[in-house]
Design a protein around this ligand. Structure first.
Ligand code: FMN
Length: 108
C-alpha cells in the first residue's frame, strides 16, 4: 500500500535560495533511490511538500524531515493510503503554491 503525506513548514532564515536549491537536488536524488515521488512548493521561506511512496519509506522520511533543523513550524496536513501515485514521474519537483492547491483538490 502506498502512503501520501502533505505538510507545511517554514525554512530557517539562514536558508538562502542556493542552499534550498541544493537541498531539493539532494532530496530528489535520494527519493529516486527510495522510490519516493512528490512535489514541493516554496513561497519566500514557507514550504508545502507532498511525499508519496511505500508506507515504511514515507514514515522514515517524514521522521527525518521532522527532525531536520533547516526548517521549523512543521504541521502535518494530510496522511492517507492511496492506490496510485499522483506524481509517478516526479522524484521531487518544485511547483508553484497555486498548483499545489489545484493538485490537492485534484483539479489538475
Ligand atoms: C523542507 C524539507 C524537505 C525535504 N524533503 C526531502 C525529500 O523529499 N527527500 C529526502 O530524502 N530528504 C528530504 N529532506 C532532507 C531530510 O530532512 C534529511 O536530511 C534526509 O532525508 C537525509 O537524512 P539522512 O542523512 O539522515 O538519511 C528535506 C528537508 C527539508 C528541510
Amino acid at each position: 500500500m502506498l502512503l501520501r503525506l502533505a505538510y507545511v513548514s517554514q525554512f530557517k532564515p539562514d536558508m538562502t535560495a542556493e542552499r534550498i536549491t541544493g537541498m531539493i537536488e539532494a532530496a530528489s536524488a535520494a527519493n529516486t533511490r527510495h522510490g519516493i515521488t512528490g512535489v514541493i512548493a516554496l513561497e519566500d521561506l514557507r514550504v508545502c511538500q507532498v511525499i508519496e511512496g511505500e508506507r515504511a519509506d514515507i514514515v522514515r522520511l517524514f521522521a527525518n524531515i521532522r527532525a531536520d533543523q533547516r526548517h521549523s513550524s512543521i504541521i502535518e496536513l494530510d496522511r492517507r493510503e492511496v492506490a496510485e501515485r499522483r506524481y509517478p514521474e516526479w522524484s521531487m519537483v518544485r511547483c508553484r503554491m497555486v498548483d499545489m492547491v489545484l493538485h490537492a483538490y485534484a483539479v489538475l
